[in-house]
Design a protein around this ligand. Structure first.
Ligand code: PGA
Length: 253
């Protein structure tokens, strides 16, 4: 059975004090309300990862994720954080290839391949994001565009390495817009990605990979999205900033 995962992406939000309050509320609600077979993740600004890790200590199905890492292990890269640094600070997950990183920081499929290698080499689980713009969605081959992101950034991995990756499909037109992909649109893409993975790595690897949906997923629509056979959870932006909403999503299976 595939792992169910609900990951909150805080992006560049919350002061240190607010982050502590939100993490504490989420921790309490995960303990009291979320099924043990759902992995809940908070992707906080890097500055708060170790503090939030202390808040959530001892809760087996709650973890933190970084929002990015550099592909090099160390060196003269002012402002950057490497995978070994994250791992040594007790971080288990890292979001890679979020569309905002691709758009505002010009991250390419090739660079994301290197970041994925760095994450896996240091025992971090990549939450690898893919997705198409509105322009691409309205064009001929939006399915091919997204599978190409996977092919170019991930398909150099061995089957064993690939099995450790979590995929997040996030249509860019749905991120922060209030426009959600319909459950039919989400299911179509998730099934297509899984079939693409099966062609490369075989059906059993494809069946074991969690594919999350992201893009205006909220407390109201999560149940319908998570009911799709190939949607294994969500990557949640705006709705992860309110503990009650986030936990409603994590209990929407
Ligand atoms: P959103 O963001 O839920 O606010 O649309 C999702 C994401 O960017 O991961």
């Amino acid at each position: 059975m595939r792992k169910k995962i609900v990951a909150g992406n805080w992006k560049m939000n919350k002061t240190a004090q607010e982050a502590f309050v939100l993490a504490t509320e989420v921790a309490e609600l995960v303990k009291s309300s979320v099924s043990a077979d759902v992995q809940v993740i908070m992707s906080t600004p890097a500055l708060y990862l170790t503090g939030v890790n202390q808040v959530i200590e001892g809760i087996p199905n709650l973890a933190v994720a970084a929002q990015n890492c550099h592909e090099k292990a160390s060196g003269a890269y002012t402002g950057e954080i490497s995978a070994p640094m994250l791992a040594s600070a007790g971080v288990q997950y890292v979001i890679l290839g979020h569309s905002e990183r691709r758009q505002y920081f010009a991250e390419t499929n090739e660079q994301l391949a290197a970041k994925t290698d760095a994450a896996l080499a240091n025992g971090l689980t990549p939450l690898f994001c893919c997705g198409e713009s509105l322009e691409t969605r309205e064009g001929a081959d939006f399915l091919g565009h997204v599978t190409q992101q996977l092919t170019e950034s991930l398909f150099h991995l061995s089957a064993e390495e690939f099995s450790k990756v979590v995929i997040a499909y996030e249509p860019i037109w749905a991120i922060g817009t209030g426009l959600t992909a319909s459950s039919d649109q989400a299911q179509e893409m998730h099934a297509y990605l899984r079939a693409h993975i099966a062609k490369k790595y075989g059906q059993s690897v494809a069946d074991s990979i969690s594919i999350l949906y992201g893009g205006s997923c909220n407390a109201k629509n999560a149940k319908e999205l998570f009911a799709c056979p190939d949607v294994d959870g969500g990557l949640i932006g705006g709705a992860s900033l309110v503990a009650a909403d986030f936990i409603t999503i994590a209990t929407s299976y």
